[in-house]
Design a protein around this ligand. Sequence first.
Ligand code: 5GP
Ligand code: MG
Length: 194
Amino acid sequence: MIRSMRDDIDTVLIDRARLGARIADLGSEITRDLQALHPDPGQIVLLPVLTGAMFFAADLIREIPLKIRVEYVSVTSYPGTATQSRGPRLRIPLPENLGGKHVVIVDDILDSGQTLSLLLDLISRQAPASIRVCVLLHKIKKQETSPPLKADYVGFEIPDAFVVGFGLDYDDYYRNLPEIVTLKRSLLDGSGSP
Ligand code: 5GP
Ligand code: MG
């Protein structure tokens, strides 16, 4: 039998109800800000960063009752069982039609900011009308080495721990957990079975 993912959880940091309520609030905030731009139809593009942001983006988009388009980018920075960034890498070419658009990048988590810096740099070369960044989680470090990139919208601030669930993975597992959790230490450091 396949093991239940529940056996691997150490702590539930954010449960499903809190995620849902906060995503609804973020949707309202983004809707209000986009409406204030008085954009032409088709001028707004939501840009989820796959794979991690796919669950968050799917819920967020349905809380934005405006006529908007959805494109996507795919970035990898934590290959396999890594729990430290190995540097972000685009997995597919960026959409090329972002010039003149109001772009909202949607990512799962802002940690070192390398992923979002890369995307902001590449997207701004296309001369969009504006770029906003929305992240579900912002990891707060005790000692920030360089000034962190600021997201325009942040769902939750979390402590500096490796988290999974709601799209976030470890070795491509746990994305389908409906809450944000930490895993048992023994699973991450490979010091034996949990
Ligand atoms: P950054 O480039 O800001 O250091 O990291 C952003 C990316 O790294 C996120 O989009 C996510 O894919 C991955 N990441 C950062 N922290 C975590 C974490 O705690 N858990 C998981 N599963 N992925 C993370
Ligand atoms: Mg990511």
